[in-house]
Design a protein around this ligand. Structure first.
Ligand SMILES: Cc1cc2nc3c(=O)[nH]c(=O)nc-3n(C[C@H](O)[C@H](O)[C@H](O)COP(=O)(O)O)c2cc1C
Length: 431
C-alpha cells in the first residue's frame, strides 16, 4: 500500500490515478473547511435553529468522503428535495444532509401523471407498510433547480447539499450537467442509475444501472469530469447488486447509495379490475418503498458492505443505506451493516421534516444503551455475524457437540407433526 503526499494532501491506495488524487485532494480540502462548523442556521424570521442532535448525548456527526454531516440522516432524492422551500425546511429542521430531486438537462421530456402514488396498508389497519410511485425525475427546468441549489449553498454554506443526476448515454451531456451542477457549489453528486419506471424507456436510470458495461463507462466519464465526491445509486432490480457497485467504485466513484425502489405492482382494485395507481383506467409498474422494503434493502446493503471490505479495504469509500427507515433503530440497523449515512424519502412524505428529531434521539438512545460514543464505534459491527449456510450447519454441529446439550428444534424434517406444528415452528425461530 502506497502513501502519497502532494501539496498537503495524502492518501492511501493500492492503485490510484491522477484523477483520484485530484479528487481526493479536493475532498480533503473540503473536509478541512467543514470539520469545525457549528450546525446553526437562520430561519426566515431570524430565529436560530440548531441541528437536531445538538442536545446532549452521543455524538451523531459523521465525516464521509471528507464531508462533515452533523448527523447521518440525509433526505433521499424524491419529493422531500424537489425545490428550494422544502430543502430549506429540511436544513432548518436539522437533517444531516439533503439530496435534491434527480435532475437532467432537458426537463421538457419529463411529464408526470396524477395520481402517481399507491399505498399498501397492513391488514385491517390504516398503517402504511408499502408505497408505490410512478413519479419521474424532476419536471422543473434544469436552470431553476440550479438556482435553487446555488441559493441554498449560499444561505447554508456549511450544510451538505448533494445533487442527484441522471442523463442519457452521451458523454457531452454528462460533462455539461456535472460542470453546471458543481458550479452551484453542491458538495457531492449522486448518480441515479436506478429509477425503475419511465426513465428506462429512454435508456436512462435503471436501464443503465442494470448494464455493468454501460454503467462502468458512464462512471468513468463522470469521474474524469467531477471534482467533488460521486456516489452511485444502485437499483435492487438486479440479480447481484455488488457487480454494478464494484464497477462504479472501480471507475472512481467515492461511494455507493442503495437501494432505490423495487419494481412493483401494488395491487389491483377488485371492483374495477384496474391496477393502482390508476391513471385514466390504466397503470404502469412502479417503484416500491417504505417499511416493506427494509429487509430487502438491509440484505443489499450488507452485500455491498462486504464487497467494499473485501475489494477496497481502507480506501475511505462510503455507503449510504436507504429503504424504509422511519425510526432511529431502523437507522442503527443500516449503520451496523456498514452504512455511513442513512437516507429517508417515503418516511418524510408520511411523517414530515420534524421526523429527524425523533430519528436522532432514538439513535442516541440506542448508542447510550450500548455505550457507543460515535457512529464509527458501531458502524459495520454486525457484518462479521454473517456467513454461509454451510458454515452455520458446521458451527451448530460443533456447538451441540461441545455443549453436549440437546439441540433446540427438530432434529430432522421427518419429526414435524400436524398437531404441534406451530409450537414446533416456534422452537426454530431466533427472535
Ligand atoms: C415518490 C418518490 C419519488 C422518488 N424520486 C426519486 C428520484 O427522483 N431520484 C432518486 O434517486 N430516487 C427517487 N426515489 C427513491 C428514494 O430516494 C429511495 O431510494 C426509495 O424510495 C427507498 O427509500 P424510502 O423507503 O426511504 O423511500 C423516489 C421515491 C419516492 C417514494
Amino acid at each position: 500500500m502506497a502513501t502519497v503526499g502532494l501539496s498537503g494532501c495524502s492518501l492511501q491506495s493500492q492503485s490510484f490515478s491522477l484523477r483520484s488524487l485530484r479528487k481526493s485532494c479536493r475532498v480533503q480540502g473540503r473536509s478541512r473547511r467543514n470539520v469545525c462548523f457549528t450546525v446553526r442556521a437562520k430561519t426566515e424570521n431570524g430565529v436560530v435553529s440548531t441541528s437536531a442532535n445538538e442536545a446532549t448525548g452521543p455524538d451523531l456527526s459523521v465525516i464521509v468522503n471528507g464531508l462533515r454531516f452533523p448527523n447521518p440522516f440525509v433526505i433521499g432524492s424524491g419529493p422531500p428535495g424537489t425545490n428550494y422551500t422544502v430543502m430549506k425546511r429540511a436544513f432548518d429542521e436539522g437533517w444531516g444532509g439533503v439530496i435534491a430531486k434527480t435532475v437532467s438537462l432537458d426537463s421538457s421530456k419529463v411529464v408526470n401523471v396524477t395520481p402517481r402514488y399507491a399505498r399498501l396498508h397492513a391488514p385491517n389497519t390504516k398503517e402504511v407498510i408499502g408505497w408505490e410511485n410512478i413519479e419521474l425525475i424532476s419536471d422543473r427546468p434544469f436552470e431553476t433547480m440550479l438556482d435553487d441549489m446555488r441559493r441554498l449553498k449560499q444561505e447554508y454554506p456549511d450544510r451538505i447539499l448533494i445533487a442527484s443526476v441522471m442523463e442519457e448515454y452521451n458523454r457531452a451531456s454528462w460533462e455539461e450537467v456535472i460542470e453546471r451542477l458543481e458550479d452551484t457549489g453542491v458538495d457531492a453528486l449522486e448518480i441515479n442509475f436506478s429509477c425503475p419506471h419511465g426513465m428506462p424507456e429512454r435508456r436512462m436510470g435503471m436501464a443503465m444501472g442494470q448494464d455493468c458495461d454501460i454503467l462502468g463507462e458512464v462512471c468513468e466519464w463522470i469521474n474524469q469530469k467531477a471534482t467533488v465526491p460521486v456516489w452511485a445509486k444502485m437499483t435492487p432490480n438486479i440479480t447481484d447488486i455488488t457487480q454494478p457497485a464494484k464497477r462504479a467504485l472501480d471507475a472512481g466513484c467515492e461511494g455507493i447509495a442503495a437501494i432505490n425502489t423495487i419494481s412493483s405492482v401494488t395491487g389491483i382494485n377488485l371492483d374495477t379490475l384496474r391496477p393502482e395507481p390508476c391513471v385514466e383506467g390504466y397503470s404502469t409498474p412502479g417503484g416500491y418503498s417504505s417499511k416493506a422494503v427494509r429487509p430487502i434493502a438491509l440484505a443489499r446493503v450488507m452485500a455491498i458492505a462486504q464487497m467494499i471490505k473485501r475489494e477496497f479495504p481502507n480506501q475511505g469509500l462510503s455507503l449510504s443505506g436507504i429503504g424504509g427507515v422511519e425510526t432511529g433503530n431502523d437507522a442503527a440497523e443500516f449503520i451496523l451493516l456498514g452504512s455511513n449515512t442513512v437516507q429517508v424519502c417515503t418516511g418524510v412524505m408520511m411523517h414530515g421534516y420534524p421526523l429527524v428529531k425523533k430519528l436522532c434521539s432514538e439513535l442516541q438512545s440506542f448508542m447510550s444503551k450500548h455505550g457507543f460514543t460515535s457512529v464509527e464505534d458501531f458502524r459495520g459491527a454486525s457484518l462479521e455475524y454473517f456467513t454461509t449456510h454451510t458454515e452455520l450447519v458446521r458451527m451448530q454441529k460443533e456447538a451441540v457437540k461441545q455443549r453436549s446439550a440437546v439441540r433446540k428444534g427438530l432434529a430432522s424434517d421427518k419429526d414435524w407433526t400436524g398437531e404441534g406444528f406451530v409450537k414446533e415452528t416456534e422452537t426454530m425461530v431466533s427472535n
